[in-house]
Design a binder for this molecule. Structure first.
Ligand code: FNR
Length: 191
């Protein structure tokens, strides 16, 4: 079977460096033989998690994201770093997906034994490295296997001039290495 990966950047803004970077990760995964669904979180307009909203009926956007998670073998995420952590947008998205599904199943089960690859980009020198540590931990707690390879792209304004363009051979190889590791682990679990 062909590995199927769901990909998103953890930023809503048009000029997002992480949106530019997710295209590099996606390209790597496609080259490695995966089928990738790249989504824009902006299209889902998730509210901040609220149990009353959930009790009144699960938002369609959450149902759609849960269905996407169910039909894919892993996640590719490029995350910004906000004050040393992951943005609320990323955590909120994961939290909504983790809630019980329409079919009465556990949302957390949708993540179980799936594989994740994570990268980050920031205009600062560390490239959002600290957000990767927090995101890695959050994904592991949901039951995903997060590959050990990861890349933080600093000085993003210079290094990421456009979607899918990363002007640094070492970093680009690193990002492709993350993609390769994810595809390899999915293949191993599908086999
Ligand atoms: C930031 N930024 C930031 N950068 C960083 O390297 N470390 C940090 O801790 C923070 N903290 C932070 C907090 C908040 C609230 C904002 C809005 C921003 C800067 C951040 O890296 C920059 O805005 C990036 O451009 C965000 O990623 P996108 O939107 O370009 O993908």
């Amino acid at each position: 079977a062909v590995p199927r990966l769901l990909a998103f950047a953890g930023s809503l803004r048009q000029g997002s460096y992480n949106r530019r970077l997710i295209h590099v990760l996606v390209e790597g995964a496609r080259t490695a033989g995966a089928e990738v669904t790249l989504i824009e979180l902006r299209d889902y307009s998730l509210p901040v998690y609220d149990g009353d909203i959930e009790a009144a009926g699960m938002p369609d956007a959450v149902r759609q994201l849960q269905a996407l998670m169910a039909s894919h073998d892993g996640l590719l995420i490029s995350t910004p770093e906000y004050n040393g952590s992951m943005p609320a947008l990323v955590k909120n998205t994961l939290d909504w997906i983790s809630r019980p599904t329409d079919a009465g199943g556990s949302g957390v089960a949708l993540f179980q034994d799936k594989v994740a690859g994570i990268v980050s980009a920031s205009p600062g020198p560390l490239g959002g490295l600290r957000s990767l540590l927090v995101l890695r931990d959050a994904l592991a707690k949901l039951g995903l296997l997060v590959v050990p390879q990861q890349v933080a792209v600093g000085q993003a304004a210079d290094k990421l001039p456009d979607y899918g363009i990363l002007n640094d051979d070492r970093l680009r190889n690193g990002v492709h290495g993350v993609a390769n590791a994810v595809v390899r682990h999915v293949r191993a679990t599908l086999a």
